[in-house]
Design a protein around this ligand. Structure first.
Ligand SMILES: [Zn+2]
Length: 353
């Protein structure tokens, strides 16, 4: 039933998926930046549950289990390999719980299991590839156990690692979303072009193919246009919420262009001093609308996402969401409002404020 559910929904219209938990949980104070291990599912499950709820309230149709970087390699790096399975299962259970128990008036969501870039994939080292396959397999088996409705493989910058992830996910009967994240050279690290990689993923049987992370609207959209033209399947678009440029297509080398007077101690804006380069909500809404008009129905935001932006994505493609109740209402503002009761002397002061 799940396969039909996701695809049917995509055939009918837009499907919204919030990502970017890493940045948002870090911003809320429950994760170490740089280390980026999602210990939150074990350390502060209520925080993760609330974030999922906030995204659901804002219009996310999919509750993606927060297992990004929760793989064996990363757990080895931090010396906590024994927590690998508990962390994954906890994240999956939290996601499942939220997906099945929306607040009154909100439809049930789909729960997604998640695998992603391993950071040890090496195209010249068969051993690393076998290790990655094992990592994917164990995570997917836990996702199936915990009753995921679909699987998301994301943020792959090696084409062949994405193909491997797809192979592993295809051993289940679940619908598969796979999104790639090419770095600043605008090509996959193993030399395949962005569009060819997506075509190959479609050929190999992914249900939804597209891009997520690393790139903001400006440097993702040109590729999405080509991908949409080249593929028949549903396409996914989940940019980061930062103003990347042709010169700096990803957030890794994005310079501060806003008069920064105190840069980060580690010499780059990524990942802790990117704040001034954030897109505003209208830019994200415009991106989503443009993508949707191209025929891209799977939409979301990756790093930098917050519930307000997910609401913006959903509403910009015509969806009604619970959080829409709290959409901006400038008509009641104390200086810029238009309501009758707004004091005249305050309204007149607005341009000097
Ligand atoms: Zn991201």
């Amino acid at each position: 039933m799940s396969k039909n559910k996701l695809i049917t929904k995509l055939n009918e219209g837009p499907v919204i998926c919030a990502e970017g938990f890493l940045f948002e949980i870090e911003r809320r104070g429950y994760m170490s930046s740089g280390q980026f291990v999602p210990m939150v599912s074990l350390d502060h499950p209520e925080v993760l549950e609330n974030l999922h709820k906030d995204f659901q309230h804002a219009g996310s149709d999919i509750v993606q289990a927060f297992t990004y970087n929760g793989h064996r390699e990363k757990m080895k790096v931090i010396g906590k390999e024994e927590l690998l399975e508990p962390l994954n299962r906890a994240a999956l259970k939290i996601a499942k719980k939220v997906s099945l128990n929306p607040p009154k008036g909100i439809a049930k969501s789909l729960m997604a299991g998640n695998i992603s870039n391993s950071n040890i994939w090496n195209e010249k080292d068969k051993k690393s590839q076998i290790e990655v396959e094992k990592m994917f397999s164990e995570m997917i088996s836990w996702a199936v156990d915990e009753k995921a409705d679909l699987l998301i493989g994301e943020t792959f910058y090696y084409a062949k690692e994405a193909f491997k992830a797809l192979d592993v996910m295809k051993k289940t009967n679940l619908p598969i979303v796979i999104t790639i994240a090419p770095m600043g050279e605008n090509i996959m690290r193993d030399g395949l072009s962005i569009v060819d990689t997506c075509k190959e993923l479609e050929q190999r049987g992914a249900d939804v193919v597209g891009m997520n992370c690393f790139r903001g609207p400006e440097t993702m959209m040109p590729y999405l246009k080509k991908i949409r033209k080249s593929l028949k399947c549903h396409v996914a678009a989940l940019p980061i919420n930062f103003r990347t440029t042709e010169k700096n297509p990803t957030f890794f080398n994005l310079p501060d262009n806003n008069g920064c007077k105190c840069g980060s101690p580690h010499g780059r804006t990524f990942p802790t001093a990117l704040d001034p380069m954030q897109c505003n909500r209208y830019e994200i809404g415009k991106f989503a609308k443009e993508a949707f008009n191209l025929g891209i129905n799977y939409l979301g935001v990756c790093c930098g996402a917050n519930p307000m932006l997910i609401r913006e994505v959903a509403e910009s493609v015509g969806l009604k969401v619970a959080a829409g109740k709290y959409r901006e209402d400038m008509s009641s503002h104390f200086m810029y409002g238009t309501k009758k009761r707004i004091a005249k002397h305050m309204r007149e002061y607005g341009d000097k404020a």
